[in-house]
Design a binder for this molecule. Structure first.
Ligand code: HEM
Length: 350
């Protein structure tokens, strides 16, 4: 009996230690965000998004990558404030975040807007921000392609303005630069070398267009590119400006796993910024550690996603909760009063 009690006590101690370590792993939240932000105001939020995204991604798995990238492009440029979703001025083409070169290949704006409509229908206009929807969608895109799950801190508000083209270009890392440059860009945003490698691991799903990597093929071939792989890429992009695309992770392009790192170890990384992570001695061992240990990659990836998702967020009374993700509320009112009968979304929400 006594030994049974001792065993029970030790099991309890181990369970307690495990719980404590799980708690310790919960990253710090920035002020204003919470794990349970919509618990009473919109309890079905996450299930509405998950259910609909399951259908969307089943139909077109490529959208998972596009939607994950959307959250990254949102957060790196003036914080995770949904500014990447904003259309430019109605008066014509302007210097806007959405039309800046790196954002021209973003896809899935319609998916986010459709989810916004579903969520607001259930919980009311002004209930959930577009920035929060984008963050949950990114997490679900990871999960629905086989990646790790995690809780998303919530309570972001939407920004009132978008960034300029130059600010967008300045804040999104370039695919053409070596690791030295990438590490400096990311360090300025408080990400270390492990974060940089883990973040790049998002390229385990999705595609890139020829313009993102043909500098490695023409006029001379990058020596860190596997020769057979280079021949295949030349087939996809017979000229530098060919308008075609190819998978970023040739081993399992639609599965969120650690194969991207195996690609890098085999000189089959697509972008310069990818492949150089295995050339630079500061990041080489991190790449190897992720290639041989998927659990480790998933753990570091989750940490860095939670960190990225809290970059320069607007909370409390800052910004607003948009009634339509592509338009600031003030402009939405203006448009709906000018164009009678059009823009039903905003009309319905007032
Ligand atoms: C570390 C620096 C990064 C650079 C230089 C970079 C650059 C790029 C480039 C050039 C493309 C291809 C665009 C095209 O040609 O269509 C791309 C695609 C992609 N990026 Fe990144 N990226 C970086 C980090 C990230 C991060 C942090 C994430 C997400 C957490 C991410 C997620 C993706 C995804 C999923 C795609 C595929 C998109 C699709 O299929 O539509 N990237 N990235």
């Amino acid at each position: 009996m006594a030994s049974k009690m001792t065993l029970l006590a030790s099991v309890l101690v181990v369970m307690l230690m495990h719980l404590q370590s799980l708690e310790a792993q919960q990253p710090n939240l920035v002020k204003g965000l919470s794990w349970k932000y919509y618990e009473s105001s919109c309890p079905k939020l996450e299930s509405i998004i998950r259910k609909q995204l399951e259908k969307v991604i089943k139909k077109d798995v490529g959208l998972a990558a596009a939607l994950l990238r959307m959250h990254f492009h949102d957060c790196f440029v003036q914080g995770c404030d949904g500014s990447v979703l904003l259309d430019g001025s109605a008066s014509g083409p302007v210097d806007s975040e959405k039309t800046a070169p790196p954002n021209l290949s973003l896809r899935g704006f319609d998916v986010i807007e459709d989810l916004r409509r579903r969520v607001h229908k259930e919980c009311g206009a002004g209930s959930v921000s577009c920035a929060d929807i984008t963050a949950i969608v990114a997490r679900d895109s990871i999960v629905l392609t086989g990646g790790p799950t995690y809780s998303v801190p919530l309570g972001r508000r939407d920004g009132l303005s978008f960034a300029t083209r130059d600010a967008t270009l300045a804040n999104l890392p370039s695919p053409f630069v070596p690791t030295d440059n990438l590490l400096r860009t990311l360090a300025a945003k408080n990400f270390d070398a492990t974060d940089a490698v883990a973040l790049s691991g998002a390229h385990t799903i999705g595609i890139a267009h020829c313009s993102s990597f043909t500098r490695r093929l023409y006029p001379t071939q990058d020596t860190t590119l596997d020769k057979t792989f280079a021949t295949t890429l030349k087939g996809v992009c017979p000229a530098p400006n060919t308008n075609a695309s190819t998978f970023m992770d040739l081993r399992s392009p639609n599965v969120f796993d650690n194969k991207y790192f195996v690609d890098l170890m085999n000189k089959q990384g697509l972008l310069t910024s990818d492949q150089d992570l295995y050339t630079d001695k500061r990041t080489r061992n991190i790449v190897t550690s992720f290639a041989v240990n998927q659990t480790l990659f998933f753990e570091k990836f989750v940490n860095v996603m939670i960190k990225m998702g809290q970059m320069e967020v607007l909370t409390g009374t800052q910004g607003e909760v948009r009634n339509k993700c592509s338009v600031q509320n003030s402009n939405d009112l203006l448009i709906s009063s000018v164009v009678e009968g059009d823009n039903m979304d905003s009309v319905e929400s007032f």
